[in-house]
Design a protein around this ligand. Structure first.
Ligand code: NI
Length: 385
């Protein structure tokens, strides 16, 4: 099994595809699942795959998720299975996620007579690109009747052999915004004749810092960052318009919901005070990843039983975002990490780096976690689920 999973991972690594373009990846996944004989297969969207393993007896329905897309990065690794698709790279470990879930599917198909209920395998497209594949799969009905869902992310921050588990908020909501400050352009030597969009934009940026420091609950985790500001063409002309964009991150959904309103109030107040006008566009991104207590308990206990007490690490939340959160909005779920870092082998580069890779010893760990947690979630009614 181990060699087979590594083989799938390497094949996927060599042939990465961008979000929403996972044609060959989903074809390989579909055909591989078909060869296991015993799964009900479908294509919820053009580049995703749903596999259902219906047990002999009725019971709960649980879902296991892997994302399949790669990133627009030119790989700088020198493997025999380095990306053949120039400018595209599996730099986040999704090749490993897909291979691990294929491995888990193969094992679980072989144990079908022991399954009470249903296991659903969600091979998701487009995690890296909002609006994200998870929402589209949900619209296609993949979560209907699901009692619990789990997902794994391989982690280059966690040593191989470790399982990173956490309760409650795990990953941030990630929204984006654009702001246009509209004033009155003119000669830089006659500021009294213009409405200076550059000076007003500077005020807006400064005042937006108050959205977090003076408006958000100090116990909430909110970030507002203006990341791009553009306006003007030369030294003696005040531009008509300055544009800005940025991101809002929050670990709590309620906190996230308040931010857009507060931002607009600040932008409106500052621009009006100086005689300018504005446009503000706020785009909701992924929801925050919030782990369910009961399902996470099952994951944690499974990890301790299978890999020993020392294997489990309770890890803090991070401000990165993940559309696994969409599945968690439909059913109680838990998203956890499987360590893939190995300092001795030089496997230490962060995710989304051109030299990112995983220690493949992590793959059997992930397969085992999927399989064992699946049985636990099917058989035990976890508290609160
Ligand atoms: Ni990822």
């Amino acid at each position: 099994m181990r060699d087979e999973v590594i083989g799938w991972r390497r094949h996927l690594h060599r042939n990465p595809e961008l979000s929403f373009q996972e044609e060959e990846t989903s074809r390989l996944v579909y055909e591989t699942l078909e060869s296991f004989d015993g799964l009900v297969l479908s294509r919820p969207t053009p580049t995703s795959v749903l596999a259902r393993l219906v047990g002999e007896e009725p019971g709960r329905t649980i879902a296991l998720r892997a994302d399949m897309d790669a990133l627009p990065i030119t790989e700088k690794n020198d493997f025999e299975f380095t990306s053949c698709n120039s400018g595209v790279m599996h730099a986040c470990g999704h090749d490993g996620h897909t291979a691990m879930l294929l491995g888990a599917a193969k094992i679980l198909v072989g144990m079908r007579e022991r399954i009470r209920g249903e296991v659903r395998f969600l091979f998701q497209h487009a995690e890296e690109q909002p609006p994200g594949g998870a929402g589209q799969m949900i619209e296609a009905g993949v979560m209907e009747g699901v009692d619990a869902v789990i997902g794994i992310h391989l982690s280059s921050y966690l040593s191989v052999g470790k399982i990173g588990v956490g309760y409650g908020p795990r990953g941030a909501a990630a929204d984006t915004f654009e702001i246009w400050i509209n004033g009155k352009g003119g000669h830089a030597a006659r500021p009294n004749k213009v409405v200076d969009t550059v000076a007003i934009a500077a005020q807006v940026v400064t005042n937006l810092q108050h959205v977090v420091s003076r408006n958000a609950d100090p116990l909430d985790n909110v970030v507002v960052s203006v990341t791009r500001i553009a306006g003007g063409t030369t030294h003696n002309v005040i531009p008509e318009t300055v544009e800005m964009e940025g991101t809002v991150r929050a670990l709590q959904e309620e906190a996230q919901e308040k931010v857009a309103g507060t931002m607009e109030r600040v932008i409106e107040g500052v621009t009006e005070a100086h005689g300018a006008s504005y446009s503000f566009e706020y785009q909701r991104g992924y929801r925050p990843v919030i782990n369910d207590e009961g399902v996470t308990q099952v994951v944690e206990e499974t990890a301790r039983e299978v890999f020993g007490e020392d294997a489990v690490e309770l890890t803090p939340p991070a401000m990165g975002s993940e559309d696994f959160s969409a599945f968690q909005h439909e059913a109680p779920g838990s998203f956890f990490s499987v360590g893939a870092r190995n300092e001795e082998k030089g496997i230490t580069y962060p995710h989304h780096h051109p030299r990112f890779t995983i220690d493949e010893d992590a793959l059997p760990v992930g397969v085992k976690m999927f399989v064992c947690a699946a049985f636990e979630l099917l058989d035990v009614e976890p508290g609160g689920v």
